[in-house]
Structures are given as structure tokens and as C-alpha cells.
Design a binder for this molecule. Structure first.
Ligand code: BV8
Ligand code: ZN
Length: 264
């Protein structure tokens, strides 16, 4: 059922669905739109200026690492100034200390983590169950193309020349953003965990994803195949809308506090 603007009855229905013990939340770029993080597709999507095939692929990096790092340096700078919005914060409140509530995100902006540990402090003390599963990696981690060393990294990247690109302190090889590019497999353990959470979920909440990127989008439908009702929050309809029990045509920042802060 698609709801152009949710009234108290629909909100109450959504709250009762999300009051289940085991709820899986799948988020996409739309949950960060109101934090000022550009979404991927859509009129002003970042892909408009660049096509995924050009930049977010291993072949593009092999062909022109400087251009790829230039794009990621710009995205790091853009995202680095963004803060979690009311939707990220509502999710962090809702899931804290409730192990049955898990967030799986396609986003690489790190805003779910910042909402859980605002100053970035205490990230290491976060309960692993509270940490979001970052299926596509993070803009703020690098990975070594030589020895695979992965490290948190919020440094400013100098992409003016190939010689100024970041290199591994251990082996000297070129570093790359620790994100999953198109044509690259997702981390097997992360995907297995996400699919396991989907199969055991009693409800699934999908927020701000166009539902076109696979295999991430299939995590939502894996939950519905196991009988879990799906609630979607998105101003537009998506390929996941037909699987939704309730699809709220709404923005995340206004809607999530409304549907998650209700004591259950
Ligand atoms: C792989 C990291 C195989 C990089 C990203 C079927 C099965 C398997 C693969 C495929 C398949 N079909 C096609 C493929 C290939 C491909 C794919 O899915 N292509 C798509 C484009 C058709 N998939 C892959 O390549 C994956 N790898 O399958 O490997 C393999 C196996 C073994 C061995 C070798 C290979 C890897 C996919 C990961 C790609 N990396 N990101 C980077 O970020 O630079 S994906 C990228 O898109 C982002 O991570 C982003 O999160 C993701 C999905 O986009 P969305 O989050 O949905 O964002 P979008 O802009 O599209 O939509 C925003 C939504 O928000 C909109 O609906 C909008 O209405 C809504 N919105 C706007 N404002 C708000 C809002 N909602 C709420 N509130 C608001 N205020
Ligand atoms: Zn190395």
C-alpha cells in the first residue's frame, strides 16, 4: 500500500510492524540526502557528472588512478563536512542496546557511525551489534592495492598528480578507497551476515534506496520471502515498492523520528 502522506493511522500501523523483536533496516543514499550528501541517481545525482563505469570500477582505477582519486577526494571533502540528520539519529536511538535491531547500509558516508558515536569517540567501544554493516565500504578507509592493509583514513588526498597519490606505509603500493566498486564482489562475510539477518527478520525497514544496486537490494526481498513485512520510506516509488506492506512517500529526516521514537 503506497501512502502519499502518512496519517496517524498509517503511522500507528508502521509502528506496530516495527515493534517486532528482530527488525532489519536497509539504507541507501537517500537517508543522507538531508545531511547534504549528494545521492547517486536522480536529477542532481553525483553519477550525473560522472558515470559509474567511468570511475567506480577497478578498470577505471587501473586506467587512471589519479582521476578516480580526484573524484573520491571531492566526495570525501563534500561528505566530511556533513553531519548525521534526524533520520540517522532516530535510528541510532532506536537500535542502541536492542541487539535484534540491525542496520545494513549501502552508504559509504559513515553517517550512521557518526550518529552512534557523535564525536567519533568511542567508536571502538560500540557494541558490534550496534555497528551498521557497511556493505559497500567507507569513503573514510583506504585499502592497499599491494598488501591489502586497510586503515581508517580521513586525510586530505592530493590528487594533482599520480606521484602525490596516497601510498602504503608498509609496502609502498598505491592505496585505493576501501569501497566496493561495480564488478567487485561484496565482502563475503558482510553479505552472508546481511542475508542471515534478512532471513531471520520479523520486519524490514528500507529507507532512501532506489533499489537498483545488487546484491544489496536483494537483502530486502530476502526478508520478505521469509514472510517479513516491508516498510519503505522514500519520496519516490522503487522496484522494492511492490514488495512493501506499507510504502510511505516521505523523506527520511521527518519520518524516521515519527515511526521509531514511538515507545514500543
Ligand atoms: C557484484 C561504492 C559480482 C562505491 C557502490 C545482479 C546481481 C549481482 C550484481 C549485479 C546484478 N545486476 C547488476 C549487477 C552489477 C552491479 C549493479 O548492481 N549494477 C546496477 C547499477 C544495475 N552490482 C555490482 O557490481 C556489485 N558487485 O555484484 O559483483 C561479482 C561476484 C563475484 C566476483 C566478481 C563480481 C557491487 C555493487 C556496489 C557498487 N558500489 N558504492 C562508491 O560509492 O563510490 S553502489 C552505490 O549505489 C552506492 O553505494 C549507493 O549506496 C548504491 C545504491 O544507490 P542508492 O543508495 O539506492 O542511491 P540512489 O541515489 O540510487 O537512490 C537514492 C534514493 O533515495 C532514491 O530512491 C530517492 O528517491 C531517495 N531519496 C532522496 N531523498 C530522500 C530519499 N529517501 C528518503 N528521504 C529522502 N530525503
Ligand atoms: Zn601495502
Amino acid at each position: 500500500m503506497t501512502i502519499p502522506s502518512a496519517g496517524p493511522r498509517e503511522i500507528a500501523r508502521v509502528c506496530s510492524i516495527l515493534a517486532a523483536g528482530r527488525v532489519l533496516v536497509l539504507t541507501g543514499a537517500g537517508i543522507s540526502a538531508e545531511s547534504g550528501v549528494p545521492v547517486f541517481r536522480g536529477p542532481e545525482g553525483v553519477w550525473k557528472r560522472h558515470r559509474p563505469e567511468e570511475l567506480a570500477t577497478p578498470a577505471a582505477f587501473a586506467r587512471d588512478p589519479r582521476l578516480v582519486w580526484e573524484w573520491y577526494a571531492w566526495r570525501r571533502e563534500t561528505v566530511g563536512g556533513c553531519r548525521p540528520n534526524a533520520a540517522h539519529r532516530a535510528l541510532a536511538r532506536w537500535q542502541r542496546g536492542r541487539p535484534g535491531r540491525r542496520v545494513v547500509t549501502q552508504n559509504v558516508d559513515g553517517l550512521h557511525l557518526l550518529a552512534l558515536a557523535p564525536k567519533g569517540a568511542g567508536l571502538d567501544r560500540l557494541d558490534p551489534e550496534d555497528r551498521p554493516l557497511e556493505l559497500h565500504g567507507s569513503l573514510f578507509r583506504t585499502r592497499c592495492t599491494g598488501c591489502d592493509l586497510r586503515r581508517p583514513d580521513r586525510s586530505t588526498i592530493d590528487a594533482t598528480d599520480e606521484s602525490t597519490l596516497p601510498r602504503c606505509g608498509e609496502c609502498g603500493a598505491l592505496l585505493r578507497p576501501d569501497v566496493v566498486w561495480f564488478g567487485e564482489p561484496l565482502d563475503g562475510r558482510a553479505l552472508e551476515t546481511a542475508l542471515g539477518l534478512a532471513e531471520s527478520a520479523e520486519a524490514v525497514l528500507v529507507v532512501g534506496t532506489s533499489g537498483v544496486v545488487q546484491p544489496a537490494a536483494s537483502i530486502a526481498t530476502a526478508a520478505t520471502r521469509s514472510g517479513a513485512p516491508l516498510v519503505e520510506v522514500n519520496p519516490e516509488s522503487t522496484p522494492l515498492t511492490p514488495h512493501a506492506t506499507v510504502s510511505l512517500r516521505a523523506g527520511a529526516a521527518a519520518t524516521l523520528p515519527e515511526i521509531l521514537d514511538t515507545p514500543s
